[in-house]
Design a protein around this ligand. Structure first.
Ligand code: FPP
Length: 265
């Protein structure tokens, strides 16, 4: 069952093109449980409505020109939830693959998995690998599904693999560590969105998110529709990213870039 919300009525409205689009957006889809509780429904209804919303946001990402999206679907800490809820989240991932794969593929979505497949039941792990394989040549949107993912866990695995590969301590740089992360061939997220009024990263992309802009909203994930997503991208466009530099340096870089652009037109 899906619910018609105020947000979903605004979903169809044409929106002006964005001036500045983040290349990589990562999302902590939080608030499914509270969304359900507010309506006197079981938590499972919140996760189902959250899944329905995810379909809209994936399409909106492609529509707005986002090239990479990373979603936090199941963290290494989520194993401590009640067994029934853990099983439900596993079933949801399986259902999404079964029902959506063809359409996502037709829309040019490349599915990737980040996290550990160890510990996930074999049938589901196989489906995840097959979905990634099936869509691997798609180019329109890279969708990283963080499932059984933890940022610290990712760093631990990276360090273990660096040691296994016999890389000497003095040769290890940030680039080396980056090469051992799940996202080694992707740019870091420009923007991390967290719904439901929480202000934490909760072990999500803690290495890659070092310079990400963070956007939080009170809206629960199932209500965070296309227009709310658009608002987040607008706010991103108004932020000034300094990467540790001063405002004057950023101004000078901007003037220099504009000068080169003019000369090359
Ligand atoms: C956090 O809300 C949400 C999750 C732990 C799961 C997110 C999953 C989906 C949106 C469904 C899509 C899933 C897959 C596998 C593709 P919460 O349950 O912590 O909400 P609460 O903080 O209000 O209790």
């Amino acid at each position: 069952m899906t619910f018609i919300t105020k947000e979903s009525r605004r979903e169809q409205v044409a929106l002006p093109p964005l001036d500045k689009v983040p290349e990589h957006v990562a999302i902590i889809m939080d608030g499914n449980g509270r969304w359900a509780r507010q309506r006197g429904l079981p938590r499972s209804a919140g996760h189902r409505q959250g899944t329905e919303n995810l379909r809209h946001i994936i399409r909106a990402s492609a529509e707005f020109g986002v090239r990479i999206m990373t979603i936090y679907a199941f963290s290494t800490e989520n194993w401590s939830r009640p067994r029934r809820e853990v099983m439900l989240l596993m079933r949801i991932l399986e259902m999404v693959i079964d029902r959506e794969l063809q359409e996502l593929d037709a829309e040019g979505v490349q599915i990737r998995h980040i996290g550990e497949l160890d510990g996930i039941e074999e049938r589901l792990a196989r489906k995840v690998v097959e979905a990634c394989e099936y869509t691997r040549y798609n180019k329109r949107l890279i969708l990283n599904v963080a499932f059984n993912y933890g940022g610290r866990d990712e760093i631990v695995h990276a360090v273990q693999n660096i040691v296994r590969d016999g890389i000497a301590a003095e040769e290890i740089t940030e680039a080396t560590i980056n090469n051992y992360m799940y996202t080694s061939d992707l740019p870091d997220p420009d923007l991390i969105i967290r719904t439901s009024g929480e202000f934490r990263l909760s072990n999500f992309l803690i290495w890659q998110g070092a310079y990400s802009e963070i956007y939080t909203t009170e809206t629960y994930w199932p209500d965070f529709g296309r227009s709310a997503f658009y608002d987040a991208l607008i706010e991103y466009g108004n932020r000034r990213r300094r990467f540790g530099k001063t405002d004057d340096q950023i101004d000078a870089e901007y003037i220099q870039q504009s000068y080169f652009k003019e000369r090359t037109v």
